[in-house]
Design a protein around this ligand. Sequence first.
Ligand code: PGA
Length: 245
Amino acid sequence: MARGRLIAGNWKMNGLREDAVALAHAVAKGSGEGEVTLLVCPPFPLLTSVGEALAGSAVLLGAQDCHSAQSGAHTGDVSAWLLRDLGCSHVILGHSERRADHGESDAQVAAKAAAAHAAGLTAIICVGETEAERDAGRTETVIATQLAGSLPVGATAENTVIAYEPVWAIGTGRTPSPQEADAVHAAIRAELAGRLDRDALTILYGGSMKPGNATALLACENIDGGLIGGAALVAEDFLAIAAAA
Ligand code: PGA
């Protein structure tokens, strides 16, 4: 199976309802019927409003996290089944901000991804090295460990997307060169070859992807799309990145 092109917007903790609805309308309006799949991931409370704004377009809806349980006494958490019920197709898991801010471990990410799969969602599992790890030449080792621990049993190239997000590139305006990023993506593909269909696996690059650098990054053989933070908050920029894909 050929792998698809996916441009995903991670809106993080930004915007009020009015902003989110306007952004969703603008993305939907500019999206068209191209070969690139577009996905937007607003904060939890805005999923319904954004989903309504996207109705009739091909833009998909996703969330930024989920709990590993189906239901129960988990104050403040949201289940993958509820996300599915609200119209989500994808959920971002193990983002470095959640690993850092909430101490999420690889094992917790794997449990959340298993729940996402059971609920019928595609899990976008994030991995990436810190600057210190990169400087120490440990990028591939760190990522191999994250991949080994964060993918649940039952992960396939159909229900799982990997996002390579170097922590030092997120929100900083800095990126690896396209060649450096592509080499890490190739290593991820090779690392997972024994676990899933490497040729069908979608691997996104994330970390300061902007209209100005998207073409070069997305031209790389192993980069199948992007997980976009800051630039996803401006419809024009997000759509320009999609056009570059
Ligand atoms: P950025 O964020 O594009 O603002 O660097 C990417 C991400 O954290 O997913």
